[in-house]
Design a protein around this ligand. Sequence first.
Ligand SMILES: NC(=O)C1=CN([C@@H]2O[C@H](COP(=O)(O)OP(=O)(O)OC[C@H]3O[C@@H](n4cnc5c(N)ncnc54)[C@H](OP(=O)(O)O)[C@@H]3O)[C@@H](O)[C@H]2O)C=CC1
Ligand SMILES: O=C1O[C@H](COP(=O)(O)O)[C@@H](O)[C@H](O)[C@H]1O
Length: 489
Amino acid sequence: MIFGATGDLAKRKLFPSLYRLYQEGRLSERFAVIGVARRPLSNEEFQKNVKDSVLTALGEAGDISEFITHFYYHSHDVTDSSSYLSLKEMAQKLDTQYSLAGNRVFYLAMAPEFFGTIAEHLKMDGLTDVHGFKRLVIEKPFGHDLESAKQLNKQIRKAFSEDEIYRIDHYLGKEMVQNIEVIRFANAIFEPLWNNRYISNIQVTSSEVLGVEERGRYYETSGALRDMVQNHMLQMVALLAMEPPIRLTTDEIRSEKVKVLRAMRSFDGDMVNEFFIRGQYDKGVMDNEEVPAYREEPMVDPASNTETFVAGKLLIDNFRWAGVPFYIRTGKRMKTKSTKIVIQFKDIPMNLYYKPEQTLNPNLLVIHIQPEEGITLYLNAKKTGQHMNATPIKLNFSNKGVHGINTPEAYEKLLFDCMRGDATNFTHWDEVALSWSFVDKISEVWENTKAQNFPNYKSGTMGPKEADQLLEKDGFFWWPVTDLDVENC
Ligand SMILES: NC(=O)C1=CN([C@@H]2O[C@H](COP(=O)(O)OP(=O)(O)OC[C@H]3O[C@@H](n4cnc5c(N)ncnc54)[C@H](OP(=O)(O)O)[C@@H]3O)[C@@H](O)[C@H]2O)C=CC1
Ligand SMILES: O=C1O[C@H](COP(=O)(O)O)[C@@H](O)[C@H](O)[C@H]1O
């Protein structure tokens, strides 16, 4: 059941992902999807919407006519308790028709204020009384702060146990985010160096070109800290910093990530602005077109104090990472759309091959999350010629180049994992709670002090200058995320 089946997420991500799974034979013929939303639609109209969304997203027809016959529509206001009973009858009928053995996945692709109500009704009205499995997939944001997240968790836990709850963080479905573990734990050359003896700093950037678009109302209550840092950025840091799990099971991996989040030093009061930089985009020119400032966007307060950019320095207080800064930055209306992780290794103790006045090029391991997917290792090698000079070289692996096909969309992987009952790439409550308690201390300071310098970065740039100074203070700089060319840095 998809709650919010006429919405943007269902249209752009969920239907195309289900279709891909169907095409690949990962969804057998024994499935049915009930779309739930308020507007009145017949099954046929709904099936046409599904078809259009698949064609728009994937641009292909294939055997789509058979696929869409599995889709049914139920017009229902989720706040109206009386209509859950007819939804239950519909589900029971389809269960028999498709021999579903009572297995049910409830996907809440709706505004978060409805999450708790829906979960309660699913239990109260008997939709969760099934012979097979019942799973709840829940979209972000999971709460607005620790307190509201606790409330929400309490509500949904009345109907679903922790291992039946699949909290989506779509970054965990990205191919190269999933690859972090493999790169680290399947290579003898990295894991022995993966600590404060050999790594000088780690940089995680997720920059976006788009502004807030039509999401001003939501974003005003969120900002980049809640929208990106609390979830995606901290999840990437946890994967980079965790200890090798003793087994590759959901519980073991999650437990290692939790330990990282527990070891993260928390900042409050004056420390917040020392370790975290906030920004808000001003108007600018992008792709030869004028774009408005954040404060001029629809549904945004003209004097808004909401941050559209965050840079921060994280410290993980454990034996492995003591003294190694993890720098993160994310923002809207930046120069380029890119998510990259740069692991900068410490300099070698003595440089035999450079003239003393020449800059030493550190070894870097770059994990390209998106738009390109791959890894690059920057080394120094002999410059061709008579002299013993060193020059930087790159060893490149591109996912596209090797596999020659588009990697699966994050939602496709996550839907498949949920159907198989694998919750590894979903966030456990403990991770959510720890992330909120870290972020809450920062938002408390930022919400109580108006940023005097907003807007403080032009659209189309890499954020405010203070974000550069954050690293300069430590003797580092942000490695560029566009063309990471060591020679030109
Ligand atoms: N869109 C995206 O790319 C992303 C979205 N998300 C999350 O996914 C969720 C959904 O987002 P999105 O699809 O963009 O939202 P939309 O506003 O596009 O869709 C909301 C859906 O909810 C339905 N709806 C609203 N009120 C009710 C109600 N009272 N009863 C029944 N149905 C109702 C709407 O249909 P109708 O009006 O017909 O009732 C519509 O289908 C949110 O939690 C969002 O944060 C997360 C990451 C990315
Ligand atoms: O969760 C969110 O993520 C997107 C960025 O996702 P990406 O996969 O395109 O990197 C962001 O635009 C949005 O504001 C946020 O809610």
